[in-house]
Design a protein around this ligand. Structure first.
Ligand code: GLU
Length: 450
């Protein structure tokens, strides 16, 4: 049977749109991957013949559930919870939970889809999943967060397990939420199954370096990507959007490599300080006080606050690290960055650059580290947490950090080699999609049509 890969992918993409109507983020993620895989399918028509392409865009299971909870004033609220178990070819489903008002099935599906390739790139045995709820943690008390997490887990517990599906954090879900989720899981199951969640506190099976891992991993990846061109982070001006876990620890690592982060943001606006942003102040505001970023200017008079977050991309820089959320860099922002001299982009968030923005970077020779590869350090360290839980041992910070660094160096190597093997040298978007996909596809082939 001979199948022409290009029209096949175009047709499959149309079927994905039809079957998953009104889910533009999922369509976008699928489009990018299918386009990258055309050269692979030309060499491997068996992936089409065996239905692997149709399977890869269809989640194995999608769970949607009601999450009722009571606020501090005694009023009842009902949110919607999700878990999309996308692909378990190479390991138990693995991926974070996002609590944000924008969450709906299309966001969770795009994230779960991306997670399949990202997790494959880590080289560790983890399948892909994602979950979350349209719950807004902003302004909620600790007790409200706890009651919400308990209600969420009261349904989720039946779908997860340390060998089945292992959730973790994402936007709006950090160590506090994982603690409440774990407490409820332990109570319902009457079992101490540490490996059922990752990103846990250190006293109950969490891993050192997990908190830092996505941000540190991003900088290890960017450093590797730059090194291959004879460049370094030292002395460079860096923009980092976001001010969550990923942004804070990317900032910390940039400084260790001698770079200067001149701006960070949150969903309200950004702060700019040409003298460099202080990580200790940022940690105090975000991690301890849980405040908005504009508080920063009270501590550092050289810093200025600007309303609206996309303005951050108008600041001249050498390196841009989008670490906030999906589609935060569009074509216009990408053009602005290029015009202002930006030479390197590393994606810390998931799919932070839209398709047109990505094209601008690739067409202009910007070194571009796509999220699936560049932000895989978080989930990789989650897999290391699972290993420690299975062994009932805890590694030192240095040991986990060294493994994380090795993993990121390998991801860069595999991604750039895959791009080169298909005649797409320096296109790490294609490289990450190809390298991530091939391992999953070969495994699905080995398992038969199931
Ligand atoms: N949410 C993170 C990601 O996008 C981490 C997932 C995990 O640790 O399972 O990869």
């Amino acid at each position: 049977m001979s199948i022409n890969a290009k029209p096949y992918c175009a047709d499959l993409y149309q079927r994905v749109i039809k079957r998953n109507a009104n889910e533009p983020e999922f369509h976008q993620a699928v489009k990018e991957v299918l386009e990258s895989l055309i050269p692979v399918l030309e060499k491997h028509p068996d992936y089409i013949e065996l239905g692997i392409m149709e399977s890869i865009v269809e989640p194995e299971r999608q769970i949607i559930f009601r999450v009722p909870w009571v606020d501090d004033a005694g009023s009842v609220h009902v949110n919607r919870g999700f878990r999309v178990q996308f692909n378990s070819a190479i390991g138990p489903y693995k991926g974070g939970l996002r609590f944000h008002p924008s969450v709906y099935i299309g966001i969770i599906k795009f994230l779960g889809f991306e997670q399949v390739f990202k997790n494959s790139l880590t080289g560790l045995p983890i399948g892909g999943a994602k979950g979350g709820a349209d719950f807004d943690p902003k302004g909620k008390s600790d007790m409200e967060i706890m009651r919400f997490c308990q209600s969420f887990m009261t349904e989720l517990y039946r779908h997860i397990g340390h060998d089945m599906d292992v959730p973790a954090g994402d936007i709006g879900v950090g160590a506090r939420e994982i603690g409440y989720l774990f407490g409820q899981y332990k109570k319902i199951k009457n079992a101490y199954e540490a490996g059922v969640l990752t990103g846990k506190g250190l006293s109950y099976g969490g891993s050192l370096t997990r908190k830092e891992a996505t941000g540190y991993g991003l900088i290890y990846f960017v450093n590797e990507m730059m090194k291959a061109r004879g460049l370094s982070i030292e002395g460079k001006n860096v923009l980092i959007s976001g001010s969550g876990n990923v942004a804070i620890y990317a900032l910390e690592k940039v400084r260790q490599y001698g770079g200067r982060v001149v701006a960070v943001s949150d969903s309200g606006g950004y702060i700019h300080d040409p003298c460099g942003i202080q990580v200790s102040t940022l940690k105090q505001i975000k991690e301890v006080n849980r405040q908005r970023i504009f508080e920063y200017v009270k501590y550092h008079p050289t810093a200025t606050y600007h309303e609206g977050c996309s303005g951050i991309w108008t600041i001249p820089c050498d390196i841009a690290l989008p670490c906030a959320t999906q589609n935060e860099i569009d074509e216009k922002s990408a053009n602005m960055l290029v015009a202002n001299g930006c030479k390197v982009v590393g994606e810390g968030a998931n799919m932070p650059t839209d398709l047109a923005g990505t094209k601008v970077f690739l067409d202009n020779g910007v070194l571009f580290g796509p999220a699936k590869a560049a932000n895989a350090g978080g989930v990789a360290t989650s897999a290391l947490e699972m290993s420690q839980n299975s062994m009932r041992l805890a590694w030192t910070f240095e040991e986990v950090d060294a493994r994380l660094k090795d993993i990121m160096v390998n991801i860069y190597k595999n991604t750039s080699q895959a791009a080169e093997a298909y005649g797409l040298k320096d296109n790490l978007v294609a490289g990450a999609n190809i390298a991530g996909f091939k391992k999953v596809a070969e495994t699905m082939k080995a398992h038969g049509v199931v």
